[in-house]
Design a protein around this ligand. Sequence first.
Ligand SMILES: O=C(CO)COP(=O)(O)O
Length: 259
Amino acid sequence: MTKRQPLIAGNWKMNNNHLEAIALVQKLAFALNDKDYEAAEVVVLPPFTDIRSVQTLVDGDKLRIRFGAQDISAHDKGAYTGEVSGAMLAKLECSYVLVGHSERREYHAEDDALVNAKVKAAYKNDIVPLLCVGEGLEVRKAGNQVEHVLAQLDGALKEVPAEQAERIVIAYEPVWAIGTGEVATPEDAQEVCAAIRGRLAELYSSEVSGAVRVLYGGSVKGDNAPGIMAKEDVDGALVGGACLKADEFAKVIRFGENG
Ligand SMILES: O=C(CO)COP(=O)(O)O
């Protein structure tokens, strides 16, 4: 089996205007070297309003940083005020789009059916979905994290064929670890990431489960990244707060190399 290339993605959430976006990507490019890009695929996920600026910079300076969006409409076009279509994102050369982030599930009532529609909208436009799954604190306390996450995975992948599913990236983000400073232990991350890979083998095949990158997200920083990413089924990280500082994000990318 070919080794999966680690992926480190930075979810900027609702931070940075389009000018600040340029400054942050420039700083990140300055902090990274060829070895870093060879060790891990580096992705930034800015707000919609920043994407054109990031695209122009990446394109103009031939940066090896890839980028994507934080959301995608389930619809193709038309009377959907405030939404942004997959075709619009593809035109901006977005490689990835976040789907099913817990903040969208919680604050925008996104359910598995909508997440599934967004996954399909991404594939339709040749954008790789970065699917987020993860349990809240109550579910974790009851010990039902694996069951919960696998149900979210099944829902998101409904009627998604193997040739599409093998390109997906999945981020296991326990809700209780997001923005709290309370990071999951490497063993917690490994348990759920391995279960996700096992389910992909059941739903599809061992080729698909062996190809898909499964990331961990939730309070990842430079100092805790190596332990988590050293785990067999953890192929990288989805980083929130720590990706807003170029040097800290670069540390995660660099320390991830040890994994
Ligand atoms: O939600 C996250 C990334 O999508 C994680 O956020 P933090 O790294 O700030 O905990």
